[in-house]
Design a protein around this ligand. Structure first.
Ligand code: HEM
Length: 303
């Protein structure tokens, strides 16, 4: 039997499949799919793999999923966070500095090799219960319920000593709940989001015996609702639901759905945060949410 020897072309294709950089000169693969699989370019969306770390923050996670911050979620320099927030989310550099500085002051940041300040990993944010991470989120369950679901005795849960948790999972039921506040089924206005924020707070107040909602926690709640309206919203802060789902569920910037980054000044962000704080005051009769006097929501500075 005669065997025909493989042509140099088929050898090159085989080599390109297993090791694209070994392909013969002039025969490199034109397929973006293949090259993306090998090393995703900065900007390509790739969902985190099993060894990657993610935080409870859809903003930072999406930056990592696009490679604007380290994809593995580790050794993230504070200056890189500030630059990525400005370059890819369109947020004022002054605000980015203040937000990052605020997280540093609350103890999330450490000294990284090379004498740079930063996050050793996103775990630092996940493990910051009631300092940066808080209850009543739009995308994540309250830590108390995650612990109970994992078999921990509710009576043993000490709010000041919450055990470390990696990669807090996105709770799509909560996102459905947020979306259910849309009046037209396509968008969420500022008013809709304020209603959703209020309902979410009320459920935490009613059912989570460990909830703490002092100004340190609620400041985050108003600001984060503001991020949604500002980063995804139109001039009135109205947000497309398909964009919101892409960002919250996949932690992907909805670029392929037509989203473009805003050009947001520091006062735009603060003004949305103040709007959400004021909206909550109106909805809960100033400071007694849902008629539960044991747990008044404390209002205060948004920063
Ligand atoms: C230094 C920068 C940042 C830090 C340290 C940070 C940290 C966090 C943390 C720890 C949470 C979880 C709070 C919770 O328990 O719900 C959070 C939530 C959130 N962050 Fe960030 N974040 C940063 C920047 C951003 C940016 C740039 C955006 C948006 C463009 C953003 C959007 C959000 C939103 C929308 C939430 C609320 C998620 C929810 O309610 O489930 N963050 N952030």
């Amino acid at each position: 039997m005669r065997y025909s020897s493989p042509s140099s072309k088929s050898i090159a294709i085989a080599l390109a499949l297993v090791a694209p950089s070994l392909a013969l000169p002039g025969m490199s693969s034109k397929s973006p799919h293949l090259s993306r699989r090998a090393t995703p370019a900065v900007g390509d969306y790739v969902a985190p793999g099993p060894n990657d770390v993610r935080s409870p923050c859809p903003g930072l996670n999406s930056l990592s999923n696009h490679g604007y911050l380290p994809r593995d979620g580790r050794n993230i320099h504070a200056t890189d966070i500030i630059t990525a927030m400005n370059d890819y989310l369109g947020l004022s550099a002054t605000f980015d500095f203040l937000q990052t500085f605020g997280a540093g002051v609350r103890g999330a940041f450490v000294l990284l090799p090379g004498l740079s300040i930063g996050l050793e990993s996103y775990d630092a944010l996940t493990n910051s219960h009631n300092k940066i991470e808080h209850d009543a989120s739009f995308t994540r369950s309250d830590v108390f319920f995650d612990l109970v679901a994992s078999g921990v005795d509710p009576k043993s849960i000490d709010n000041n000593n919450i055990p470390p948790m990696h990669n807090p999972p996105v709770n799509t039921t909560l996102i459905d709940l947020l979306v259910s506040f849309s009046k037209d089924g396509k968008t969420l206005t500022v008013d809709d989001i304020a209603d959703a924020r209020h309902a979410r707070l009320q459920s935490t107040v009613a059912f989570n015996p460990t909830a703490v909602l002092q100004s340190e926690q609620t400041g985050g709640l108003w600001r984060e609702a503001g991020f949604v309206s500002l980063v995804l919203g139109d001039a009135n802060g109205t947000v497309r639901i398909d964009w919101l789902r892409d960002w919250f569920v996949n932690e992907r910037l909805p670029i392929e759905l037509g989203w473009k980054k805003p050009n947001a000044g520091i006062f735009d962000i603060l003004s949305y945060a103040n709007t959400y704080e004021a909206a909550e005051k109106v909805r809960n009769g100033n400071n007694v949410p849902g008629g539960t006097p044991e747990l008044p929501i404390q209002f205060g500075s948004v920063l």
